[in-house]
Design a binder for this molecule. Structure first.
Ligand SMILES: *[C@@H]1O[C@H](CO)[C@@H](O)[C@H](O)[C@H]1NC(C)=O
Ligand SMILES: *[C@@H]1O[C@H](CO)[C@@H](O)[C@H](O)[C@H]1NC(C)=O
Ligand SMILES: *[C@@H]1O[C@H](CO)[C@@H](O)[C@H](O)[C@H]1NC(C)=O
Length: 271
């Protein structure tokens, strides 16, 4: 009897350890390709590997439960104040945001810089749709706005360039990426938009303004540039942080240095 209790307690302890706050992979996953940064086809290999990672994110990375859903992706809130120029002078808040399309990401190029293990990643999103609640105050394309309602944005053929900063750290005998910063810029081939209730129920003005935005989508895309980049950065930073605390960097770059090799030994503080 006491032997049974001992075993149950032992088992419970083991499960706690394995299911601790910060579980991570200790076997190379079959869904990504290991690449050697010293090889001359590294960029080609790394591009394929990151493509496979994006593809896998779609059905969920086994064991990584903190990413609930990638496509659609949910964001609670984004607040932006921007500009003081004639074209843009805007306060925007988005809430209950759903973004569709990251599941169809096509990775064009994945660069990793040996100097500091930062990355430059270029990818396209054939479609990216955003829907959510908006409130905005200010001017877009000289039109004074002060409304709140629902927004739909539909961007076509987005090309995104992502600049990611990392800091290497050691865990369980592996090197990991701590993704510390993610900045994006983008261009697109088209933007359809719809804002409900732009003028507190003045339907005629709302319709003509929505039509105006669609006819002048390039100017609208410029006006909303910060809102859109912020949205994409928030999504990617969140997802990348979770992935790279979970999957050792060694499984992406097999010859990655240890933090000590890259940064040098941290000197003890002078007494
Ligand atoms: C990598 O190289 C192979 C063969 O040269 C080529 O077929 C493939 O399209 C390349 N992949 C990428 C992502 O550049
Ligand atoms: C990752 O970096 C953040 C600062 O950006 C720091 O607060 C955090 O402790 C780091 N995590 C690890 C595991 O090194
Ligand atoms: C998006 O890209 C595809 C493939 O290159 C092209 O056929 C389509 O016309 C593009 N869409 C727009 C709005 O330019």
């Amino acid at each position: 009897m006491s032997e049974l209790i001992r075993r149950v307690v032992l088992l419970a302890l083991l499960v706690c350890l394995v299911r601790g706050d910060d579980p991570f992979l200790t076997e190379p996953p079959d869904y990504i390709k290991e690449c050697k940064i010293a090889d001359k086809n590294f960029v080609n290999c790394s591009t394929q590997s990151i493509q496979q990672l994006f593809d896998k994110l779609n059905d969920g990375i086994p064991g990584l439960t903190s990413i609930k859903s990638f496509d659609p992706f949910h964001l609670n809130r984004i607040r932006i104040s921007q500009g003081n120029s004639n074209a843009i002078n805007l306060k925007v808040e988005l809430a209950n945001i759903k973004i569709f399309g990251f599941g169809h990401t096509k990775v064009l190029e994945s660069l990793v810089f040996k100097k500091d293990y930062s990355w430059k990643t270029t990818f396209t999103l054939p479609v990216m749709k955003l829907q959510g609640d908006y409130s905005l105050f200010g001017r877009i394309l000289l039109i004074p706005l002060n409304g709140h309602g629902q927004v739909f944005l539909d961007a076509e053929n987005m090309t995104v360039t992502m600049h990611t900063k990392t800091r290497l750290y050691s865990k369980g005998g592996f090197t990991f990426y701590n993704v510390t910063n993610c900045r994006v810029d983008f261009k697109m081939d088209g933007l359809k938009s719809y804002f409900s209730n732009l003028f507190n129920g003045n339907k005629q003005l709302e319709d003509s303004t929505n039509k105006f935005f669609n006819d002048n989508w390039r100017m609208l895309a410029d006006a909303l540039y910060t809102v859109i980049t912020q949205t994409i950065e928030d999504i990617l930073l969140d997802v990348l942080k979770k992935i790279f605390h979970f999957i050792p960097a060694n499984y992406f770059v097999s010859d990655i240095p240890t933090p000590e090799q890259l940064y040098g030994k941290t000197k003890p503080k002078p007494k």
